[in-house]
Design a protein around this ligand. Structure first.
Ligand SMILES: [Fe+2]
Ligand SMILES: [Fe+2]
Length: 304
């Protein structure tokens, strides 16, 4: 299925002016409708259409409008609705961003962070509460939103400037961006990865960096965090085994490990309680894999 991208069912209405495809029982991509035929409003409302796919180039023209709508929904959720609505909106935005194509999607993320920023100013417990909600989105989406919320919590605790907080948040949100370039089976599996799968998985760092680097409007630290968040200060990390790691990647890398231990309920390992997750990371701090000062600040921030 070259160049066809799946469309989220709840977003079908934004694609009414484009040719839509579906997959036949034989696994063939077939045209469902061309550009001038419109989808039936009733069927749309009742969610009775099959899984549609769209051409990559067509999606580019819709993404800008879609991201704007999603950002407006997030702003509304923050001003008037509950935490579930906020988490759902955020997950929707991140899901769109990670499903590519990149260009416009990435351009709209700073606005998302801006909206979230003012939400936190209104309600300082917002981030804490957001990480506690499981939205049942895909693993990468849920994980990226949780790492974003924890990073933002850390930054507010450290009283970083607004500009710094926004950059750190984008580093967190996009740290696993390269995962969208890797076989979904490897990313979404609940089983332990084989050695071969793990070596493929590790390339998400380089793939994310290369992709983000194509967008010069983004702060350099965002691509570098995608590249270095699995590096460790003792040189035991990947992809390059370096010891000089950017501060952003050290912070996001530590929060990334904490989030994975605490929130992901994989079949081969149960999710840990915050204290137990921090104990495991502490062993790696003592082994000089992580930055001790960041760890101490994260502990203080989480138990404040
Ligand atoms: Fe990662
Ligand atoms: Fe991650």
């Amino acid at each position: 299925m070259p160049d066809l991208i799946p469309i989220k069912k709840s977003h079908i209405k934004y694609y009414n002016n484009f040719p839509l495809y579906y997959i036949s029982k034989n696994g063939e991509a077939l045209l469902y409708k061309n550009a001038d035929k419109k989808l039936d409003k009733d069927l749309l409302e009742r969610n009775q259409y099959p899984q549609f796919f769209i051409h990559k180039e067509d999606k580019v023209s819709v993404v800008e409008k879609l991201q704007r709508v999603l950002n407006i929904k997030l702003a509304r959720a923050i001003s008037s609705k509950g935490l579930y609505a906020i988490k759902k909106s955020l997950c929707n935005i991140v899901e769109e961003a990670l499903s590519g194509p990149l260009g416009v999607t990435l351009e709209s993320l700073p606005e998302t962070i801006e909206i979230l920023f003012y939400g936190v100013k209104k309600n300082s417990d917002l981030l804490d509460a957001l990480t506690a909600i499981n939205n049942k989105s895909s693993k990468v989406v849920e994980h990226s939103v949780n790492v974003l919320a924890l990073t933002a919590q850390y930054c507010f605790f450290k009283r970083y400037s607004e500009e710094q907080i926004k950059t750190f948040c984008l580093c967190a949100l996009l740290h696993d961006f390269g995962s969208s370039k890797i076989d979904k089976k490897i990313i979404e599996t609940k089983e332990k990865l084989t050695d071969k799968e793990y070596s493929i998985y590790k390339t998400h760092t380089i793939k994310g960096f290369r992709e983000i680097e194509l967008y010069p409007t983004f702060d350099k630290s965002i691509g570098i965090t995608a590249l270095e968040h699995h590096e460790r200060l003792d040189g035991s990390g990947y992809p390059h085994g370096i010891k000089q790691i950017s501060f952003e990647a050290q912070l996001v890398g530590l929060i990334d490990s904490y989030e994975a231990l605490k929130y992901q309920d994989k079949t081969f390992r149960k999710a840990l309680k915050p204290y137990d997750a921090l104990q495991i990371i502490k062993t790696d701090v003592v082994a000089e894999k992580y930055n001790k000062a960041i760890f101490v600040d994260l502990c203080s921030c989480l138990i404040k």
